[in-house]
Design a protein around this ligand. Structure first.
Ligand SMILES: Cc1ncc(COP(=O)(O)O)c(C=O)c1O
Length: 431
């Protein structure tokens, strides 16, 4: 093992030996290289002649670039063309950290790591697979989940995904969650929680959240080493008052020295910048010290450097500029209101009792999506094809449920979407 990795591992072990046990073999081996090219380039910064960096520089010291870009982007040259650090642009990392506290006031003064920038949340999840998932590990997910988790945890890292039933009697199925957790035999338990959930559009209610946390606490008390990946991709898009609006990260980041909470979030869905490819990884654990977080950040930065080197400078600069714009909050609220009104119309439309003959909503209160389950033995894939071919309407089938992305449908078309779904089901009803 490289001496730099060893030194990070020693630091982690000294601060909290449980965390070292949570890392995968890859995670134990990785480090962000402080020696070599990066440190030599850092030492040469500001010198009269700097022949270290792998970028091209104009005679006046600015980034070499093609002038055609100048009319397209209204940002300083050094916010566009140079590489960004593997950890992300420092000012954006600071902004995002303060935003996490602002959006999650119950965090109060709990100490968390500095967010590390990733190439969107997908890349963040993959980096967590790299750092924490070995072949023998199991990742616990709800049975309604974003299918890309399989590609990441199973195909890339050969870990195993196991699911629990998300719903019981119209709400979060705490007993199924508990049962699944207690069936994991390994000392290390990896859990992934995604609220608002893709595909169901469900976020636990205020009345449910402590029950979920207490199941995780039970594991910790039994001596398990628990890593909870918290996929907050749709954070903030909550449309009902009885829903828990902060991230469950708040409840887990200071729960136990046996529970490492890892928050995955970013502007992709919250700020409507899907193509920018920026996300963040943030760690929180009870009694987490700056030294522990620094070691984890270094391992994360090293994994990123070894995978994609660093994230788009331009995307990060655009975000930082918009986050400090005086109209940002207001513009964001306006977009939220559009999604909320689509949600409201969709929700109201279920008061039309005729729909229940063919389909019923699964619980939903947040996010971009909702799901319906079909009645009368209707086949979801056949309904999807009927919608496509006869009603010019596209939906997603996931097993036996149909997912409707109300985020992508204008409010005026939502009643037609519902009617089309009803009619497609009626066409196929053989009873
Ligand atoms: C639950 C969930 N997590 C993560 C992502 C991916 O986010 P990103 O585009 O930032 O990689 C998605 C995208 O659909 C998602 O639904």
């Amino acid at each position: 093992m490289d001496a730099q990795a060893l030194s990070l591992n020693n630091s982690i072990e000294k601060q909290n030996p449980n965390v070292l046990k949570m890392l995968s073999e890859r995670g134990k081996n990785i480090f962000f290289p402080k020696l070599g090219i990066l440190s030599q380039a850092a030492q040469a910064k500001g010198k009269n002649i700097n022949a270290t960096i792998g970028e091209a520089v104009e005679d006046d010291g600015t980034s070499m670039h093609l002038p055609e870009f100048d009319a397209l982007i209204n940002l300083p040259c050094n916010s566009i063309f140079p590489y960004a650090p593997s950890f992300g642009k420092p000012e954006l990392r600071d902004t995002w950290k303060s935003v996490i506290y602002k959006k999650n006031p119950s965090l109060k003064d709990i100490v968390i790591s500095k967010p590390i920038a990733t190439n969107g949340l997908t890349h963040g999840i993959s980096i967590l697979g790299y750092l924490f998932a070995d072949e023998s590990d199991t990742i616990v997910l709800s049975d309604l989940y974003w299918e890309n988790y399989n590609l990441i945890f199973e195909n890339a890292y050969n870990a195993k995904v196991e699911t629990f039933e998300l719903f019981e009697k119209g709400g979060f199925n705490t007993s199924a969650f508990s049962k699944k957790l207690s069936s994991i035999k390994q000392e290390k338990v990896l859990i992934l929680l995604n609220f608002p959930n893709n595909p169901s559009g469900y976020t636990p209610l205020k009345s449910e959240i402590d029950g979920i946390v207490s199941e995780i606490e039970k594991l910790a008390k039994a001596g398990k080493k628990v890593v909870v990946f918290i996929d907050d991709a749709y954070f903030g898009l909550v449309y009902e008052d009885n829903v828990y609006t902060e991230s469950i990260f708040v409840k887990l980041a200071n729960l136990s020295e046996n529970v490492l909470a890892v928050k995955l979030d970013g502007p992709t869905k919250e700020d409507y910048v899907w193509g920018f490819r920026v996300g963040f990884i943030t760690f929180g654990i009870k009694n987490g010290t700056p030294e522990l977080y620094e070691a984890l950040e270094n391992k994360t930065g090293g994994a990123i450097r070894g995978n994609i080197s660093n994230i788009s400078q331009l995307s990060q600069s655009l975000l930082q500029t918009v986050y400090t714009h005086p109209n940002y909050e207001n513009s964001k609220l306006q977009k939220f209101q559009i999604l909320k009104s689509r949600y409201n119309i969709l929700k109201q439309s279920f008061s039309n009792t005729k729909y229940a003959e063919y389909f019923e909503p699964l619980p939903f209160n947040s996010g971009y999506f909702m799901c319906v389950k079909l009645n009368k033995g209707l086949d979801a894939e056949q309904v999807r094809l009927q919608l496509l071919n006869q009603y010019s309407t596209g939906v997603i089938v996931l097993g036996s449920v149909i997912r409707l992305a109300f985020s992508a449908v204008p409010q005026a078309k939502i009643p037609t979407l519902m009617e089309n779904l009803y009619n497609a089901c009626k066409d196929l009803d053989k009873s």
